[in-house]
Design a binder for this molecule. Structure first.
Ligand code: PMP
Length: 450
């Protein structure tokens, strides 16, 4: 019998040929670490709604959803129209435009705690600026981050992203850049308190719903307690809502959990699928970036910020079009319902097939784990071993992804999770659950599961 790898490869000769060309000119043949996998990645020719098609003619339900950015699915008519119309009017003015004003107004009307907005291009930039603003505002240098939480690629947040947490997630990070980065255990308020007692901390930063898009879920009670603790200590609380913003609810995790941060990092959904991001939050903090008109103060105490592609009209047009739809919360409520259905459906498959495992997550995000159930992993009471969840299911994870691709479903392979989007319907949820069932059967046949 052919293996899953062979079956995948044999059906994708054009992708194989493209990858052979790509590896000559691009490291690992890809533009993003998360897109590299064996035997070779597939190449997409077009996408529409809930689906994308590869160059060999296979259709996939796209549960990667633009790395989470495509909250409304591919080519939503209103977003597409806004992009096409703006492309005719110019893509970059080297000047201000009404669109960016509207975009900022929309964000402030939707996101809890958003009083001012600074547009940027990537999530990475927003967490870097948030930390800099917090340091400038408090006069302190240390920051607290949590094990397995991901905040982009700048040096200060490279600590403790992946197991083993003692080693930065990338080579080339000078240890000196991490001396002020303190690492806390997830859902452990006593540990955070200890770190705040022992160090002059400017900010605590976290993905509010949990490390790496809910791989390690956050206890809502912990989140509320963290809010109180940071407020008492005058420490800036930064929510990295790059993934959860506009997804868990119109007002993101802050609305979902009823906890408001001091600064909020937004990217992905905020720009309707184009490259755009925004830092938002309390006016007194955000105004650290504003010019005061006092030359000395502006030169010595202001937080500088500028990016060639910050707030460009093309991106703003897509952002405004998307947020005008997302602001009511209707899309999110429907997606949260579909999210529950996916998780229930896949967990039922595991039960029926008697495979130890769990599909967990919240809202419109699901994560698959084979080999241990929710109780064993400590998911029910937030006592999970972060390193274990971070490592995921090991080699079987790659085989599951290939089997799901063979069965017409793609998702973020790295952490084995999927993001739903507004183009999806109950029919697509059925496709995902059926694909999961066939994939589990196939893994068994291939002797990849016990
Ligand atoms: N924070 C979180 C929680 C993310 O998931 C990501 C990217 N997936 C980032 C920050 C970085 O965003 P970007 O890739 O736009 O720099």
């Amino acid at each position: 019998m052919t293996t899953i790898e062979q079956e995948y490869a044999d059906a994708r000769p054009k992708s194989r040929a493209l990858h052979a060309r790509a590896v000559v000119r691009m490291p690992s043949g890809v533009a993003h670490d998360g897109r590299a996998f064996a035997p070779f990645p597939f190449y997409v020719a077009r996408a529409d709604g809930a689906y994308k098609w590869d160059v060999d003619g296979h259709r996939y339900v796209d549960c990667w959803s633009g790395h989470g950015a495509l909250m409304l699915g591919h080519n939503h008519p209103a977003v597409q129209k806004a992009i096409l119309e703006q492309a005719r009017l110019g893509t970059h003015y080297s000047a201000c435009s009404e669109l960016e004003v509207r975009w900022a107004e929309l964000i402030c009307s939707i996101v809890p705690g958003a009083e001012r907005v600074r547009f940027m291009m990537t999530g990475t930039e927003t967490t870097a600026l948030a930390i800099r603003v917090a340091r400038a505002a408090t006069g302190r240098q240390h920051i607290v981050k949590f094990e397995a939480h991901f905040h982009g690629l700048h040096d200060a947040v490279m600590a403790a992203v992946k197991d083993p947490f003692e080693i930065p997630v990338s080579a080339g990070v000078p240890p000196s850049t991490l001396t002020t980065t303190l690492v806390a255990r997830n859902n452990d308020l006593a540990h955070v308190r200890e770190l705040l007692d022992d160090h002059p901390v400017a900010a605590v930063i976290l993905e509010p719903a949990g490390a790496r898009s809910m791989v390690v879920p956050t206890n809502p009670a912990f989140l509320r307690a963290l809010r109180e603790l940071t407020r008492e200590r005058g420490v800036v609380l930064i929510f990295d809502e790059v993934v959860t913003g506009f997804r868990m609810a119109a007002g993101g995790a802050q609305e979902y959990f009823g906890v408001t941060a001091d600064l909020t990092c937004l990217a992905k959904a905020v720009a309707g699928g184009l490259p755009g991001a925004a830092l938002t939050g309390r006016a007194d903090l955000m105004d650290r970036v504003a010019f005061a008109g006092d030359a000395k103060r502006d030169r010595t105490q202001r937080v500088a910020d500028q990016g060639t592609y910050s707030g460009t009209p093309l991106v703003a047009a897509a952002g405004v079009a998307a947020l005008e739809i997302l602001k009511t919360g209707e899309v999110q409520r429907e997606l949260n319902r579909l999210g529950d259905r996916v998780r229930e459906g896949m967990n039922q498959v595991l039960k029926t097939r008697a495979v130890p495992g769990v599909v967990y997550g919240a809202s419109s995000i699901f994560r698959m784990h084979l080999g241990a159930d929710a109780t064993e992993l400590g998911l029910h009471n937030y006592t999970a071993d972060t390193a274990r969840l971070d490592r995921g299911m090991g080699a079987v994870g790659g085989a599951l992804h290939l089997a799901m691709l063979i069965n017409g479903v793609d998702y973020s392979r790295g952490a084995a999770h999927g993001w739903l989007n507004g183009a999806m319907t109950d029919k697509d949820v059925d496709l995902m659950v059926e694909a999961f069932d066939r994939s589990i059967v196939r893994l068994r046949e291939d002797k990849r599961l016990g």
